[in-house]
Design a protein around this ligand. Structure first.
Ligand code: SAH
Length: 399
């Protein structure tokens, strides 16, 4: 084994690393020229060469790597990873025991002690996401540990290396074990989802919205007309329909959303002909709905944090107020807007501020019914609050 490299940390950052802050920021490093190849194990030290923590070098848009251990003598090898995985499994015993949900996150990056690495479980198949070339250099140790800790049917991987976190399209995302059927049918609170583990960046469902979908189905959907915007594979529409919605309207720009949404309805025995699936820019649809004076009882807003279409650029931090104002105008009195964002660059408080502002500008009144952040399997590091990116608010429109 090569010697760890000493990386000198600027004095103003030393205390927060000692206290467990996990993200190695570029600004905190004094001798950047020491960083040569991603995957290097680093000994973070102070100006007097006193040990602070071990970290690895891996470039993401967030930073230059992640802290792994506050102990100098801890070896970063397959036993290190095995320990972390076993801890992660213990933390999720409830999920493994629950027969009504077979898809959940088994390992959530820095929340489980290793930034840049997440692992999702889909009915016994596991999907590893590597967020940097740095963490990918540990692939053989990580696979060895994973095979020891899990009963798995098959393992898949997604590489999201470049600094924007976008997916690198490899010919094959399959790693080992047996291949999953396509689609692979998993369950979430007794609802079916069709999952494709080897078909590009996204597999068909965002697991972090599990509690929101359940709440929508169990408490809000009955008898309602539901507009689901940025609908992707229609997960919210399926839950609304199963909760007794009168009708659902799903709107997404991507052509694939039409067959994908049809598929999600049909594997849940919902009559697709009763549901509308519209391939269109949401902002055009809002204009159309306003012109036709359409009103919806329930409107779901779940935009990407950043998106560019032919006519519009949408950035959650800049444009969410505008999006809310469009939605408010086509929501019936006493109707509910489910406002969601996965943008990590603003807080729940700021998000609540956007809601205030949108209603104020339209001279309307509202009441917050309930709100959500990440579910338990998306474990958050208490020293890294920005890791809790999900913000969802159920808003009742009063006037
Ligand atoms: N709400 C979905 C996830 C949304 S992912 C779910 O719960 O599964 C974001 C989606 O927004 C993508 O499917 C993308 O195609 C769509 N999208 C991005 N910009 C859009 C726009 N201007 N109009 C309509 N859809 C858009």
């Amino acid at each position: 084994m090569s010697q760890n490299i000493d990386l000198v940390i600027k004095s103003e950052f030393v205390d927060s690393y000692k206290d467990g802050y996990p993200l190695l920021s570029k600004e905190s490093i004094l001798n950047l020229d020491k960083l040569k190849t991603q995957g290097q194990i680093l000994n973070l030290v102070d100006a007097k060469k006193k040990f602070i923590a071990q970290a690895y070098f891996g470039i993401q848009n967030k930073g230059y790597g992640w802290l792994l251990s506050l102990r100098e003598d801890e070896k970063i090898d397959s036993s290190f990873f095995l320990y972390k995985f076993n801890e992660a499994l213990k933390y999720r015993e409830k999920f493994y025991a629950d027969k009504s949900t077979t898809a959940f996150r088994m390992f959530n990056a820095e929340g489980d002690g290793i930034g840049g690495l997440s692992i999702d479980c889909f009915d016994g198949f596991y999907l590893i996401t590597w967020y940097s070339e740095g963490i990918y250099t540990f692939k053989s140790e990580i696979l060895k540990a994973l095979k020891l800790s899990l009963n798995y049917k098959g393992i898949y991987e997604k590489k999201r290396f470049d600094t924007k976190g976008t997916y690198l399209d490899d010919a094959d995302d399959f790693v080992c074990g047996v291949k999953a059927s396509e689609p692979l049918i998993v369950k979430e609170n007794d609802v079916n989802f069709a999952i494709y583990l080897d078909e590009g960046a996204m597999v068909g469902v965002f697991l972090d919205q599990r509690e929101v979908r359940k709440t929508l189905r169990d408490k809000y959907a009955k008898g309602k007309t539901v507009l689901n915007t940025f609908s992707y594979t229609g997960a919210f529409s399926v839950f609304a329909a199963l909760g007794g919605a009168k009708k659902t309207i799903s709107v997404d720009l991507a052509k694939r959303s039409l067959p994908k949404t049809k598929e999600q309805f049909s594997i849940n025995d919902i009559d697709v002909s009763m549901q509308d699936i519209i391939v269109e820019d949401v902002f055009n649809y809002f204009k159309y709905a306003l012109r036709k004076k359409l009103l919806f009882d329930l409107v779901v807003l779940d935009p990407p944090s950043f998106a560019r279409s032919k006519k519009h650029t949408f950035s959650a931090s800049k444009d969410y107020v505008k999006l809310l104002k469009e939605a408010i105008q086509i929501t019936s009195k006493n109707g509910v807007i489910v406002a969601s964002t996965n943008a990590s660059n603003f807080s729940m408080m700021t998000f609540r501020g956007f809601i205030d502002k949108a209603f104020k500008e339209l001279k309307g009144r509202f009441k917050v019914q309930e709100s959500f952040s990440l579910p338990q399997d998306f474990r958050v590091n208490p020293k890294f609050k920005e890791g809790n990116y999900l913000k969802v608010v159920f808003i009742k429109k009063l006037t």
